[in-house]
Structure formats: structure tokens, C-alpha cells
Design a protein. Structure first.
Length: 121
């Protein structure tokens, strides 16, 4: 009876989510404290379905000195934001848009902005 409620291993519980943004994309924040700001995606975290955007969701952290004679510091860094709170942004037309997937002339699947028809990949 005791083995009936086994905990799942880490491999079984972690799930990677498909995200509509990639590293290097320009995005606009559509919800939260930084709503309306535009930045570049520095890193994607698919297991958490989150992204780190340059200059967005900036946090400060007080760091103690690690060695003798060293001074403490106040470090600022970008914290992750959920991928559902960002929308791809067209730098040419200055407009945010949802995306759709289409095929180019070579038959390759590419991402396209719905409002402008601009191909991202």
C-alpha cells in the first residue's frame, strides 16, 4: 500500500512548452508593470514558458562581499517574464501583431506577422 503514491521522477514532470518567440526577436510587452515597452529577447526558458527581455522586468539584488577586502554591490538584472505577456513587434511598421505559420517559396515553414504580412524567420 505504501508504494501506491510514488512521486514522479523529474524527467516525467518537466515539460517543454512550444513558444511563439525565439532568441533575438523584438517583442512588445502587453501586460504587467512594463506594458507597452519594446525590447529584444535575450533568452528563452521553454520549461517555464518564459522569456528574458533586454531592459524589461529589471530587478535589483544586494550582493554581500565574498572575499575579505571586497565591497558589497547592488546588481541589476532582467528577470523572466511569461511568454504569454509578450507579442512580436514589427520594427519597420512600429506595430505589435500575432503570428501565423506559413510556407515560403522554398517550402520551409516560417513565422509571419498577421497584421503586416512581414516574414520573421
Amino acid at each position: 500500500m505504501a508504494n501506491q503514491f510514488k512521486s514522479k521522477s523529474a524527467k516525467e514532470t518537466t515539460q517543454r512548452y512550444k513558444m511563439h518567440v525565439k532568441k533575438g526577436d523584438t517583442v512588445q510587452i502587453i501586460a504587467g508593470r512594463d506594458k507597452g515597452k519594446v525590447g529584444e529577447v535575450l533568452q528563452t526558458l521553454p520549461k517555464r514558458s518564459a522569456v528574458i527581455v533586454k531592459g524589461i522586468n529589471v530587478k535589483t539584488k544586494h550582493v554581500k562581499p565574498q572575499q575579505e577586502g571586497e565591497t558589497g554591490q547592488i546588481v541589476t538584472f532582467e528577470s523572466p517574464i511569461h511568454s504569454s505577456n509578450v507579442m512580436l513587434y514589427s520594427t519597420q511598421q512600429k506595430i505589435a501583431s500575432r503570428i501565423c505559420y506559413t510556407f515560403n517559396a522554398d517550402g520551409r515553414k516560417v513565422r509571419m506577422l498577421k497584421k503586416t504580412g512581414e516574414i520573421i524567420d
